[in-house]
Design a protein around this ligand. Structure first.
Ligand code: 5AD
Ligand code: SF4
Length: 478
């Protein structure tokens, strides 16, 4: 069997072959990314590969020779959105000979593949979550042999290193540390489309972070569906006598806590964040690492999903309301000035008014900096979709609005407490809405807009907060 390294070598050869084929043709690609930061990071790799082959990026689909869609299926009617967009491309395809590649999570769902076969047979490349690295080969076959390619596999993918990457930000570098999820929360499609957990080797992560530091990146965002079970599957396998040849790779770093400590020592990196941890895996060693590591931002994303112990059980989250609140209390005691953000789902199957009030209660007690709120959306193939007691849309929306009101009133209050304070802000660049202003983020991930010299970009500076708005602050450089 081929090793991952050999597979990537082959793809590098395909990159060269494509580069030769399209040489001097000035071909352009456009990419649409749906979904989470992991998908964004995958898209950075897709862009990296395409640019290595000589494609240039364009935002204008009319001008593109290749359109890539990196899809998500976690929520909502992303399907309709995607199919609408692809439907619109049929004319362009005929006019410009546009190549269309569609990949990512949605392609791991059979009903989507069936629909594509039936209605969108003109798509050239379909790739899944485990075959993204084979885009050069797929593209070559389309360009050279005019073939249609479907490259989706169902087994858990391997971990591939050393793909080219074209990053979106020059300040914050995203680093995926693990793929997949073992948790099977009953509402969630991710374990079905991303497979079981597998972690990258510590040395590969450390090397990537060092490389980012040497390029001037100040902030690292560690990514995974469940970051605080980093290396857990691998350690279990080693305990069972498996993975013998790899045991040496984990001598120094064998857990998420140790990974944080190691990254904290990398010179040049000034901030470390991570998403998403799971409350059930928030072990003491992780809490201690956060407390000890000066660079780890003291603002933790701690997905709640529901505040009701009943609902948490139905959701298969493996913690109770009390355990969640105790964890928050423990972290508040051990980590001075710690702040929290969270994800909440409203209207999951069987949610009563009482259950919903428990969610409001936790929101009041914790006082989050930011809450990402979602209306439950049924996902084909998950246990949640089969539950008989679904909540009517109208009730879901009413509850969502009540939660939103509470969250916004809390955030407004919290924001007021920032007024007049000095905040350490990592400056990202010119503000999108006003080129003359700069924008950056506080340690608690709040956006601050202020006047300042462009030289300040990519440094951490002191800014006084002088105006508060719901989603950003105005500041003054100190
Ligand atoms: N419906 C609504 N929200 C969902 N999430 C995951 N699955 C669903 C679903 N079926 C939310 C969870 C998760 C976030 C990334 O998306 O809150 O933490
Ligand atoms: Fe989905 Fe739960 Fe896994 Fe998060 S932990 S990806 S919500 S199954």
């Amino acid at each position: 069997m081929m090793t991952e390294i050999q597979e990537i070598e082959i793809q590098k050869q395909y990159m060269q072959k494509v580069a030769k084929l399209i040489e001097n043709k000035d071909l352009k690609y456009t990419i649409l990314t749906m979904g989470c930061q992991l998908n964004e990071n995958d898209s950075e790799k897709i862009c990296g590969m395409l640019e290595e082959m000589g494609y240039r990026k364009t935002e204008d689909i009319e001008d593109a020779n290749l359109a890539v869609f990196n899809t998500c299926c976690v929520r909502e009617n992303a399907e309709e959105r995607l199919f609408g967009k692809i439907g619109n491309l049929k004319n362009l395809k005929e006019k410009n000979n546009l190549i269309i590649a569609v990949g990512g999570c949605m392609m791991q769902e059979q009903h989507i593949l069936d629909k594509i076969k039936k209605s969108f047979s003109y798509i050239d490349i379909i790739f899944g979550t485990h075959t993204l690295h084979k885009l050069p080969e797929d593209l070559y076959k389309v360009l050279e042999d005019q073939k249609k390619i479907k490259d989706v596999i169902d087994i858990d993918g391997n971990v591939y290193e050393d793909l080219p990457i074209k990053r979106n930000s020059k300040t914050q570098g995203s680093v995926t540390i693990m793929y997949g999820c073992n948790n099977f929360c009953s509402y969630c499609i991710v374990p079905y489309v991303r497979g079981r957990e597998r972690s990258r080797k510590p040395k590969d992560i450390i090397n990537e972070v060092k490389e980012l530091a040497s390029q001037g990146y100040k902030e690292i965002m560690l990514l995974g569906q469940n970051v605080n079970s980093y290396l857990r599957s691998e350690m279990e396998a080693i305990q069972q006598g498996k993975l013998k040849d790899e045991a040496g790779d984990y001598k120094e770093i064998n857990s998420f806590a140790k990974l944080l400590r190691a990254i904290n020592q990398i010179e040049g990196i000034e901030r470390i964040r991570f998403v998403s941890p799971h409350p059930k895996d928030f072990t003491d060693d992780v809490i201690e690492a956060i407390a000890d590591c000066g660079k780890v931002c003291k603002c933790i994303h701690l997905p709640l999903q529901s505040g009701s112990t009943n609902m948490l059980k139905v959701m298969n989250r493996k913690y109770t309301k009390e355990q969640y609140l105790n964890l928050v209390e423990k972290m508040k005691t051990k980590i001075p000035n710690i702040k929290f953000t969270t994800d909440i789902i409203v209207g999951f199957a069987g949610e009563t008014e009482e259950d919903f009030e428990d969610t409001l209660d936790v929101v009041k007690k914790v006082g989050y900096e930011q809450v990402f709120m979602f209306i439950y959306s049924r996902r084909v193939g998950t246990p949640g979709d089969k539950m008989p007691n679904q909540i009517p849309e109208e009730i879901k929306h009413k509850r969502f609005d009540r939660l939103k009101d509470l969250v916004e009133s809390q955030i407004a209050k919290t924001n007021k407490s920032y007024l007049g304070t000095a905040q350490k802000v990592l400056v990202e660049g010119p503000s999108k809405n006003n080129e003359k202003m700069l924008t950056g983020r506080t340690e608690s991930n709040k956006v601050v807009v202020f006047e300042g010299d462009k030289d300040l970009i990519n440094s951490i500076i002191d800014v006084e907060i002088i105006e508060d708005h719901m989603w950003y602050f105005k500041g003054k450089v100190l």
